[in-house]
Design a protein around this ligand. Sequence first.
Ligand SMILES: Cc1cc2nc3c(=O)[nH]c(=O)nc-3n(C[C@H](O)[C@H](O)[C@H](O)COP(=O)(O)O)c2cc1C
Length: 220
Amino acid sequence: MKKIIAFNGSPRPKGNTTYMLKHFLDGAISKQAKINKINAYEVNVNSCMGCLRCNLIKKCAKAIDDWENISSKILDSDIIVFSSPIYFHHLTSPLKAILDRFRSFMKVRITETGLKHTAWQKWNKDFVLLLGMGSSNDEDAKPVIELFEYLIKMLGENNNLHIVKRTRLAVSNQINMDINDLEILYSKLGLPIRLAKNDALENSKLLKNCFELGKNLSTF
Ligand SMILES: Cc1cc2nc3c(=O)[nH]c(=O)nc-3n(C[C@H](O)[C@H](O)[C@H](O)COP(=O)(O)O)c2cc1C
């Protein structure tokens, strides 16, 4: 049985990325995965205070919040999911706070040419990014993707990154809209109505892809 920790980074209860995550987790559940779902806006994870004590004591020295509990669940999981809207080319801020606390999973040394990261544990995990953005251009997700490509390498050689991203998502629940509702929305947003038909198809295909990814990664 695969273990999953999934962070929902949308502040909107009917956020598009919330639905992407739901479909991913439905796929995982169909393969009996064990799931810890965490709403990043509800959990109490403080910003990293930069004390750097983790470099010596191998854990966060300031974990007077939910981090201790969450960090042990992360370490115990096979699959780590971050689902997030893109906010100014990045993850939403509660997810960034969680990511900064990943600093406590590794030793960092300054070298002449850059930083050298050594993870305290051996990591062999699947990382999943489920990203939604308003732009019609998925370049807006590039900084997040580059960050995760870097992060998974810092944590070891055997981690994998899986990405599902969708553009042109503005209002809550849009990803579930049929062609008619999407045409009405696009006319309000000043977008060409001709785009609605293909976008409705792409949106429903994407949710199926999320389900299949959850299912496939949860299959031994
Ligand atoms: C504060 C803020 C910043 C945003 N920045 C970007 C951005 O840089 N690029 C982009 O494509 N969309 C941006 N968006 C749009 C959201 O990424 C998009 O609507 C997303 O689908 C929302 O996800 P959700 O429905 O799961 O909440 C931004 C939205 C907000 C509220």
